[in-house]
Ligand binder design. Sequence first.
Ligand code: PMT
Length: 398
Amino acid sequence: MNIIIGICGGIAAYKVPMLIRQLKKNGHQVQCVATRHALQFVTPLTLETLSQRSLYCDLFENSNEVSTEHIALKDWGDMIVVAPATANIIGKMAHGIADDALSTLLLAMSAKPRYVCPAMNSDMLHANATQRNIEQLRKDNVTIIESTTGELACGTTGDGRMAEPEDIYKHLIPCHIENLSGKKFLITAGPTYERIDSVRFIGNYSSGKMGYAVAEALAQKGANVILISGPTHLTTSHPNIHCQRIENAQEMYDAATAVFPSCNGAVLTAAVADYRPLHTADHKLKKRDDEGMTLQLVQNPDILAALGQSKGPNQLLAGFALETNDEIENARKKLVRKNLDFIVLNSLNDAGAGFGVDTNKVTFLFPDGKTIENPLKSKSAVAQDIANIIERMLSEQS
Ligand code: PMT
């Protein structure tokens, strides 16, 4: 998931690096947004090194990629957590005040999950104004991750210590409960390159983002994942994901059919070339004057259809359908023909869906005729939905 951490000026900011590490270790992307005061307690270098992303701090900073960075981040983030949350930011959120990068982003993200981890002196926390503001946030669907009792920075003991990073993590990622632990899944991702000669190939625009996100969502639920990846620039460091890199459809077929019998399920997201050149040259083909060139193509094996044929009664199989017309009808035909448990339809007619982008708009189709339409979401949120469907189907099987 794409998680934004909003950091305010409180001593508990020193715990934020541990939260970032835990989120990153579990395969999430983290973007830090800090108030000016937060940087008195934690350095930009620490936050940027751990999150591997530039810190966002000033609405009008020159280094912002676009002047509407907060709007770009609002779309990127699946959720935002404010840790530590001072009385000041809680007050601003409760009253819709947007006067710096963090408060502006929080207002812009009103429709997304927002979490607040209060951290302050007990008297400030229990002041009527703060309690009123916290109550207002609850009414506005903000989740308050309660502070705990203990030693406070001001030297007193009482309520107001920020929740520990591991407890914040459990609130943010309830699905970290490893319900798929002991299960093994096969994922295909990315494009295939079908070689013409030593410098040219037939390929497509797939970046691998959708497939890598599905692999990470399943791994976060504790599953072991074999990710068979076509050529992409993406990498994954999740300990549960074993990545096998291949170049062409035949190699993807060989790897997938070898692994599938030992898997509990598979989700094939790769954009596999349907055809490859009949002949390939091991040198660069020379251009010949005033002559065209004819490439003779032969069909590649359909990996998904082959897995569908060999699928056992306790194995789950899902595929994607990338369509441009008669989308539902075409996707349903693929669902049936390839013997799938569900298919994920994305259409190139939907803005923000399909190749290369960080978002997707999908419809799930099931063999009993059920369809679930979804709004535009980040690819990691779509991947979470897929992992949840798989988890539910497996638990219904057992
Ligand atoms: O990688 P991204 O940039 O994030 O883009 C994501 C995506 C657009 C590639 C992804 O969301 C997607 O739609 N993947 C499927 C693309 C595709 O090839 O669709 P299709 O309708 O042609 O194929 C149907 C299914 O059969 C797919 O699951 C495909 O992986 C599988 N297939 C197709 C042909 C083939 N020879 N073997 C296969 O396994």
